[in-house]
Write a protein that binds this ligand. Sequence first.
Ligand code: ADP
Ligand code: ASP
Ligand code: MG
Length: 405
Amino acid sequence: MSLVVQKYGGTSVGDPERIRNVARRVLETQKKGHQVVVVVSAMSGETNRLLDLATKVAQNPVGRESDVLVATGEQVTIALLSLAIQDMGGEAISFLAHQLHILTDSSFMKARIKSIDSTLIHQSLNQGKIAVVAGFQGIDPEGNITTLGRGGSDTSAVALAVALKADDCEIYTDVDGVYTTDPRICPEAKKLDKISYEEMLEMASLGSKVLQTRSVELAAKYKIPLWVKSSFNQEEGTVVTQEDKDMEKVVVAGITQDLNEAKISVRHLADQPGIAARLFQPIAENNINVDMIVQNVSEDGFTDITFTVPKLDLKKALEIVQRQKNQIGSGKVEADEKIAKISIVGVGMRSHAGVAGQMFKTLAAAGINIQMISTSEIKISVVIEQSLAKKAVQLLHQAFELGKE
Ligand code: ADP
Ligand code: ASP
Ligand code: MG
């Protein structure tokens, strides 16, 4: 008998009728002779509602108590789904993370799973029950509730699939699979039949929220094929899997946009050894992720440094830079939140030249100014003005002929 892990996202469990739809689907899977573990997210909008609520009582709601709060969303859906399955004559049992010892580190709101005790789930499955598990949450060694970062139920599902040695891991969502770009931005976007772990990892970390980055990392590490499918139809979906020869033929697999970064420019810095370290070290020590960095060519011994940080960390990063400013004797510090990072991703870039040129030419022809550039072997990212993001994605999608035939 094979074991299947299915994850249903927020929209898929967004109202009572949709929860009953999921109940029917998992019962059908069980009837086909599989053992079924279902991971669910909170009902759509619920995690945002809880986070908003927290800001009504506290200026900066972070840490342990925020996780106690947001983890409640998933508790509601596991209970509702289990009740719906039982109502349809099936057997189901719900589990919160602590009941399965989904052990994480103690980084509240971005915890990482370390281990899962699969005993209880195997017991329930062997009794013919469907195991319904709360996604997004874990428990740290001290017994505190933790959460895995936004979109974290994807990671719960993959981690469970690894721990249970599942035969299949399926992520059900509100789109039919992974598309060449977000179909909400570009209606011409085309569904991909398959995509490599490496490409999906880049797309996820560069803004495509269809899968949480960490879930792809885990799937790649344990070589688990990850299916992305719609919870509203029976289409084939997309499989995220190991790279093959066909994938290399495609130069650009997908395009992403990320609107969640902000840019900081530090002007008139002395162009001397050690200055960058003194600027970036305290930022790193405060756990702030710096993404792109550009340093201008020095003029008269002075230079400008521009870098991006997550918007959520902008305030803190600015405080740090202002503090360092006096010590390192820099000029003005400027911040810009109205930026977008647009990226093109594809393993085919390794063996095809001229991709960057075509990207820049396409943007230039539309009068879109590139503020920053960064590249890796399989991706090119540019920072542009936020109001032009949608247009840029659509133009690049066209230029690289990614649309439907
Ligand atoms: P869930 O609640 O099921 O986890 P998410 O909202 O987290 O769903 O992710 C699904 C959404 O991801 C889609 O509705 C789509 O707008 C967005 N998305 C972004 N990029 C892509 C892409 N390349 N392919 C498919 N969906 C994408
Ligand atoms: N409910 C959580 C969120 O909204 C986790 C998830 O949906 O995967 O981020
Ligand atoms: Mg999601």
